[in-house]
Design a protein around this ligand. Structure first.
Ligand code: HGY
Ligand code: MN
Ligand code: MN
Length: 417
């Protein structure tokens, strides 16, 4: 517990980087950073982040979806609340900054307010969501959707590769998903949600800018594709008699790539493919693969999904296989709130940063607030644009720059109230 508000400041790039490195030691995999939602490493990270929140003077609780909620009261009753935060779950073999930076930076900002004994006319909540990546379960953003009031209980029936449902995993985590609806914040009493995040792309680095202001977050669709042909003996089945599901999948993947290459505002990825019960000497009879399609333009994304469906039908017919596509996640593009952006832009200017605007190709918890609570994001430069990769890196200087902007934004919000 902090001895006195005059302790050393943690609102520095070095202190943020040190905590990111500390949190990165908490992994489900001893070989690399993997922290999937509701697994043991997530539980340990919740404890570590909760301790840092308490040191920052926050009242800490774990909500019914496993989100760590650190709350700082206003200097008056019945005040609105400003939401800050990001996520602490990761992909497999992840970088350590994606999500974790935004949570740690928000804690550093609130810790500085506590150290400075700043009183504000609004409450602040720092939220460490634990289900942004959607790796363990098909759907995602359950924690942020619950806070935004857009939670869909169907997500509790998602199953992981062991057959455990999300609902069971939540109960095992000590959370009670039946209370999810009670997590919704009242939009009338919520100023907005502001998230700091690494860019996960090459634009800020290419422009030699440390930070940028996000205008919109691209919409995305995720699906599971199944292709069924017929398995057979690799040595005896003539090529012209085969209904090889994996070769059909290869042709479908190339068709998906060609469709996405057709428009700069579109990206499509097959990130995962498996041949259930496959063997070297067996012609693959069935294939399961993932699909991830994104665009800043929702109509373009929907049109691309239609074109992918048509290509699958054409290839299925020519190769005498059958295909199915099950949509597991759909999120329209999210436009960031102009008023929050204007406030952040004023802070950019006060620190002499060009308020460069860019859209986000990556999805974020901020998307969950779309249409419910105003949201805004600030990006930091990301070396080589690399992310979802162990070499992901953001410099302490750039991470500090975004955190100082957030701190200034909060003080100016308080002064203007
Ligand atoms: O997939 C994404 O864009 C995010 O990193 N979950
Ligand atoms: Mn992220
Ligand atoms: Mn990510």
């Amino acid at each position: 517990m902090k001895q006195s508000p005059l302790d050393h400041s943690v609102l520095t790039g070095a202190a943020i980087a040190a905590r990111i490195d500390d949190l990165a030691t908490i992994s489900d995999d001893p070989e690399c950073l993997t922290r999937l939602t509701l697994r043991l490493a997530h539980r340990k990270a919740v404890a570590r982040v909760g301790a840092w929140m308490r040191e920052a003077g926050l009242e800490v609780r774990i909500d019914s979806l496993g989100t760590v909620v650190g709350r700082r009261e206003a200097d008056r009753p019945d005040a609105p609340t400003l939401l800050l935060g990001s996520h602490i779950d990761t992909v497999r073999d992840a970088g350590r900054y994606d999500g974790n930076y935004g949570v740690i930076a928000a804690i550093s900002v609130v810790d500085e307010l506590y150290r400075q004994e700043v009183q504000l006319p609004f409450a602040i909540e720092v939220l460490a969501f634990g289900d942004e990546e959607g790796v363990r379960f098909a759907s995602t953003l359950t924690g942020s959707r619950a806070v935004a009031g857009t939670f869909d209980a169907a997500a509790l029936d998602d199953v992981d590769i062991t057959g455990m449902t999300r609902g069971e995993a939540l109960l095992g985590f000590g959370a009670d998903p039946q209370l999810a609806r009670s997590e919704a914040r009242d939009p009338a009493k919520t100023i907005g949600y502001v998230e700091l995040h690494i860019e996960q792309g090459p634009i800020l680095e290419a422009r030699k800018l440390p930070i940028g202001l996000v205008t919109a977050i691209n919409g995305g669709t995720r699906a599971d594709i199944t292709i069924r042909g017929e398995s057979g003996h690799a040595g005896t089945l003539p090529m012209n008699m085969r209904r090889d599901a994996l070769v059909a999948a290869a042709e479908i993947m190339l068709a998906i790539e060609a469709i996405a290459r057709g428009n700069d505002a579109l990206v499509a990825t097959v990130g995962r493919i498996e041949v259930p019960r496959g063997a070297t000497n067996t012609v693959p009879g069935s294939v399961r693969m993932s699909l991830d399609v994104r665009s800043s333009d929702d109509a373009l994304r929907i049109d691309a999904l239609r074109a992918i469906g048509e290509a699958m039908a054409r290839i299925a017919e020519s190769r005498r296989v059958t295909t199915t596509m099950d949509i597991t996640y759909e999120m329209p593009a999210t436009v960031c709130d102009p008023r929050l952006m204007a406030g952040l832009e004023a802070s950019f200017n006060r620190f002499g940063h060009a308020p460069f605007h860019l859209s986000s190709g990556a999805g974020h918890d901020a998307m969950a607030f779309r249409g419910a609570i105003p949201c805004a994001m600030v990006f930091t430069r990301c070396r080589g644009g690399l992310s979802h990769h162990p070499d992901e890196y953001a410099s302490p200087e750039d991470m500090e720059a975004a955190a100082l902007v957030l701190h200034d934004f909060i003080l100016s919000l308080g002064a203007a109230a």
